[in-house]
Design a protein around this ligand. Sequence first.
Ligand code: ADP
Ligand code: MG
Ligand code: ZN
Length: 614
Amino acid sequence: RDYTRKNIDITYTDGSGDKKWSSRDFSWTKELEVHNKKVFGNRSFRPNQREIINATMSRRDVFVLMPTGGGKSLTYQLPAFIEEGITLVVCPLVSLIQDQIMHLLQANIPATYLSANLEWTEQQRILRDLLSTCNYKLLYVTPEKIAKSDALLRQLEILYSRGHLSRIVIDEAHCVSQWGHDFRPDYQNLGLLKQKFPETPVLALTATATASVKEDVVQALGLANCIVFRQSFNRSNLRYIVMPKTKKCFEDIDCFIRKNHHKECGIIYCLSRMDCEKVAEQLREYGHQASHYHGSMEPFDRAEVQRLWSKDKINIICATVAFGMGINKPDVRFVIHHSLPKSIEGYHQECGRAGRDGQPSSCVLYYNYSDYIRVKHMITQGSAEQVTSRPPGRSVSKHEQALQTHKENLLCMVSYCENDVDCRRFLQLIHFGETFDPSHCAKTCDNCLKGLRWIEKDVTDIARQLVELVSSIRQACSSSHILEVYRGSMNQNVKKSNHDALPLHGAGKNLAKGEAARVLRHLVTEGILTEDVKKSDYGSVSSVLKVNHTKAGGLRSGNHIIVLKFPTPEQAPKMGKLDEPSISQTNKTVHQQSEVDENFSTLLFETLKILRTQ
Ligand code: ADP
Ligand code: MG
Ligand code: ZN
């Protein structure tokens, strides 16, 4: 199979275009409407819910792409309640399952779950109950149960043979795919469900799927002729902002929250456990009620933090991405990314936790290029650990492929942040195979709000020179060093390494500020230059630039032209500052940076006003 990204799609029957599924003449229509109100307390259906329910109750395999908060759970819980038999739900996290079960039991719908954290005797009892009394409507399991528990499979086989296995639901189905941002190996075994229970309809649900992930899921689960429902991933009540991450990032975050969301509820995503603790502590010093949440905490403490946050006793949670899946809080008013997310899918989903009640909410990403190096390092590290603990049967090369995908995903994210011209919604949605007319953004992202006019500029020569420069320097250099040489700097480092004698030393000295840096970063996002992460003996992480000669070929031969968008000259000064990475640490830069922040604070305030008046 050809796994080159983006080019894959398969032919679907697109349910959303098929009127038949929205019909109100199904034999179960009346019952659906009554119980949606009475049992689930909903006044009506949300977009696509009725259609999905009709399709799955017609016993078709269904694949659902619906943004987080769209209401996917109802599409199987309501059928499960109405129909005879039991619905098997595969769900990746126990915390998620427990949350669902709590809601179901509150609505008097009998449901239970099996997972490794239950006592063995308890599991035995549940398994027995399945066959003897079987008054459960829903059975939730973690994927490893399907992979490892023969006892469970035996019970399911009996239920199936009696015609009591009415539906199989795969929640968070993107976990099947290595190309997704949240791959779980046990999900790959779920294909056996379709093999063992071919007559039972499967309902796969996800809030994340690019074309390649979608294809992977459909294939791995063995969905036959499935009907796909997808709806726009645009979340019109969210505004998207990318901010330069400076040394005073904490102050910026404090100021942002104070100005826009004082005392409101929010999530701050951080890269490492230590960052979570640091950010939370800083915010407490600024007088916010913040706590951290990450994987190294005791389960009890973690649950407690989540509980306090859910009950509005704490308003800000500083967490790693471990926090969030299945978080149901409707009034999250802001999601802040303190560092670079690992992929656009992940970013979109994390942002999706804001504003589930439909009220205006903010998503702010603090970006600097050096975070890219940190994240890349983490990805490479994490993958190295996975390789050593690789389950038998999974080859190293497959692992390397996955690592490659992670790196590509990360580069997409960098290029999203680097883009200071195009509508953020447009940039995100294109990733989900959706087109979006930026005029519909109505200035609810930073780039549209800036309303800059731009010109396209051919930067091929600059790009070529930078590539030459990188390949002409033997010893490994960081991107900031390359830029210094290119700009003609005579600083200690440049002189010491004799790089002031290079022919290209100073070749870029007449370029507008930030321009060379912008081109260099573009070369990295295009894969023509690669940043290799190096760990020094002291444990600090640095990066070295290398040329990918295969990809640089076109640039050298003149076949590859690089055109970038730049703001028109009269607006350039303002943009120049935004564009400037925090490579130079002179006072001047710091001064300029704070002006930028003021501009931005105003910008942010305006976007919020616009959203609120809409
Ligand atoms: P998803 O799984 O798509 O992220 P959920 O199923 O968790 O979303 O639903 C998100 C929220 O929307 C829940 O609080 C749920 O009760 C609510 N919800 C779902 N369907 C409806 C509806 N038809 N009317 C009102 N609220 C709904
Ligand atoms: Mg869900
Ligand atoms: Zn926009």
